[in-house]
Design a protein around this ligand. Sequence first.
Ligand SMILES: [Zn+2]
Length: 411
Amino acid sequence: MPIEVEFLGGGQEVGRLGILLKHSGSKLLFDYGMTATDPPSYPMPCPPVDILFLTHSHLDHCGMIPWLTARYDINVVSTAISREIGILLMDDSVKIGAAEGYPEPYTSKDIKIARGKFDEISFGDTVNVGKMQVVAHSAGHIPGATMYELRGRRSTLVTGDLHTLDTRLVTGARPVKCDNLIMESTYSGRNHPPRSKTEYALLKKVEEVTRRGGTALIPSFAVGRTQEILLLMKDSKYEYWLDGMGRSVNKIYQRFPEYIRSPKRLRQAINRMNEVRNFRARSRAMKADVIITTSGMLDGGPVLSYIDSLRDDPKSAILLTGYQVEGSNGRKLIETGMMDFKGVSERVQCEVMKFDFSAHAGHDELLAFAKGCSPEKIVLMHGDQREILAGDLRAEGFEVLLPKNGEKFTL
Ligand SMILES: [Zn+2]
């Protein structure tokens, strides 16, 4: 019996993922997220499903879970670390929504309901759904990130976000043999420079900025990227401060050391950092070498007040460390040199640079991963330029599908 698939979001775009899978009477959903742009964008409304599998807790994968669990009495299968991070992000998105005056897709009460629906798994565990067994594997991307392998007559692997190389924070994912591969393709057509080169370039730039008397402001996603940067700064000579939600994520990460590549190093990095706990500390941080803070795409969080203070200072620099999604404030800054402060577009005079600390597999790594899984069919998702990778995969003899959101197809 074939599997019917439909993307409710996140097909031809990076963000708001929702993958609906129907197989012999069972309806499974993989991820249900929102894109945290200003204002946020949401996937299509999900019809009733039997179960949700969460790959990891970035908002574009988990952000709409409370909407779902408020409507349907279903379990949310996830690693414990993803559950804790997910709840933190959902709480935060409700707060942001209230502050910005967005119509809320759900309330704090819905998040409480969602929390009670989580069904905790570890890597290697199997969940039975109808005639299928669903096995959890590490996806590398961030601590606790999971790929799901559906075993039936034919097997299907859903990667979620994927990284195959080891970083300072997590070890990379390994291919899983399958018949159908549903794989992310954020970096289709693009390769990352070697991580060691990126780390060296960032440290060099920080040295230059501090030598000229400026502050290096490093906007970082709270989940994963912040800890990666902390691990890098731990071995440097700089005084570094952390502000924003990354502080809460640190606490959660330390509770689940089994998902961290080196819990000891992470502890050292956290112990050596200075934490911005109150407003006074913020002005002290402003005089330090390095400030690491959220949000990574400049769409809110303490980073805005730091940039507001530093933006006319040519000695200081904003050193971006992540993907800047279309429509984000960070993308606007890179493309125009302007960004929004409370709805007003203003010029930023200080230096702006971008460093590739991606937690996603690059083009060649995706290609190698797909070959390692040796599937018959490959569905590329979660990418805005999928054709390039599709071309290379077809040249290797794979059948490749590039479904759009809302388009039903079978595997
Ligand atoms: Zn992610």
